[in-house]
Design a protein around this ligand. Structure first.
Ligand code: GDD
Ligand code: MN
Length: 386
């Protein structure tokens, strides 16, 4: 297959496949100088998948123009393995972009990646496939669950690996904490979970990118023992550690709740408008009492805000939890939190005005700001929790 046009945004579209093709799994094998491994790799995987998904899978080797002709060896196997496709990249370089480029030309409903050096045991693939068939959005092989491990790593390497994971947990707990082995390069993901998302090619660790930017609901993990390399050599150097840190920081900034907060504040303004106009109508039009008018208008504003926040501010989260039960639960929590905010607001205004002698309008402004933060954070943590 030819290399897709080099565009900086690595977006994934819906499959362009013709309706007649029914590919379930597209498994990308990124390679660089794996001439001694690639044949065995393709043979083993084909054998397994011909059994499990006869005719419904494709293997996509993405090779970066290896000087040892890995791409050529793979290309020569295509006639014998009709499910095999080979991309020889002559412009772009790097493991992560190789994986994403492979996915961009993939036709499967489920996309995956496996190392091309036999360090990832091929048999585990069947368990991963089974997990996706049972509804997991992401199925990843892990060295740190039951049945997992590393064969003979030095203490130093184990320490570095766990240290990197710990740093990740500190910078990005919501992403790194979702799996036991975030460094895994052996996983499957449902296409719909990452379609339309822009994946940044900065990191070596593509799983982190998928977890961070994808719409991943259920995650499944399968234990595996990371095998020793039989032939060829690892491409990992200290540079990958620096890239990993850059990757974490970049994702952290991209996922920071700032944009959400702006939307939340904007929705708050529409709520203010609803509150005021309903209050006016009830007082002037229906001549209702002050308290009664206030309760009704506040409640309607809360309802208004909930609907907008659920459909817009937190749409990524609510789209994953769509049942009416879950929606009602969110509404209830939102309602209670906002009413607590209202009480908080009153207390702050009273305190600033009566105890500190502050100007009442300044006091009110401060109270609104504090309650906005309160409402945002508590709702983020409780109502639209991931
Ligand atoms: N196309 C392409 N371009 N492939 C590459 C490149 C590249 O620049 N760099 C590495 N690869 C391929 C290798 O040929 C191999 O098939 C796979 O990517 C993994 O590279 P290794 O160099 O063997 O990495 P490793 O064994 O040290 O690290 C692995 O272990 C991690 C677990 O800690 C990688 O698989 C990670 O993905 C995995 O998470
Ligand atoms: Mn390797």
């Amino acid at each position: 297959i030819s290399e897709p046009k080099v565009d900086p945004a690595l977006q994934l579209d819906a499959p362009e496949a013709s309706p007649s093709s029914s590919v379930y799994l597209s498994l990308v094998i990124p390679t660089f100088n794996e001439s001694e491994n690639i044949e065995a790799m393709i043979e083993l995987l084909s054998k397994l998948l011909d059994q499990a998904l006869p005719g419904n899978y494709e293997l996509i080797v993405v090779d970066d123009d290896s000087p040892d002709y890995t791409w050529k060896i793979a290309q020569e196997m295509v006639s014998q393995y009709p499910q095999l496709r080979v991309m020889r990249r002559q412009q772009e370089r790097g493991l992560s972009t190789a994986v994403i480029r492979g996915w961009q030309v993939a036709r499967g409903e489920v996309l995956g990646v496996i190392d091309g050096d036999l360090q990832h045991p091929p048999e585990v693939l069947l368990q991963l496939v089974a997990e996706t068939q049972q509804g997991a959005d992401l199925a990843t092989a892990s060295r740190h669950v039951e049945g997992g491990g590393v064969s003979s790593w030095s203490v130093v390497r184990r320490f570095l690996s766990r240290g990197a994971q710990l740093i990740g947990l500190i910078i990005l707990p919501g992403v790194i904490g979702r799996v036991s082995d975030p460094m895994s390069g052996y996983f499957l993901v449902r296409r719909s979970a990452i379609a339309g998302k822009t994946l940044s090619p900065v990191g070596y660790k593509i799983l982190i990118e998928v977890l961070g930017r994808g719409n991943i609901g259920r995650v499944a993990e399968v234990g595996y023992v990371f095998q020793e390399r039989q032939s060829g050599e690892s491409k990992v150097t200290w540079k990958q550690y620096v890239e990993y840190l850059r990757h974490l920081v970049r994702l952290r900034l991209a996922l920071s709740p700032f944009g959400r907060f702006i939307r939340f504040g904007f929705v708050g303004l529409t709520g203010l408008f609803v509150d005021m106009s309903v209050f006016y109508l009830l007082r002037e039009g229906l001549q209702l009492g002050l308290t009664r008018s206030n309760i009704i208008s506040v409640e309607l504003a809360i309802l208004n805000n909930f609907l907008w926040n659920d459909a817009w501010t937190f749409s990524d989260i609510s789209s994953r939890q769509q049942g009416w039960r879950q929606r009602a639960k969110r509404l209830l929590k939102f309602n209670v939190i906002c009413l607590m905010g209202l009480i908080l607001n009153t207390l702050i205004v009273n305190f600033l005005f009566n105890a500190l002698g502050m100007n009442q309008y300044v006091a009110k402004l401060i109270a609104i700001a504090v309650v906005l933060f309160w409402n945002f954070w508590i709702n983020l943590k409780l109502s639209w929790r991931v």
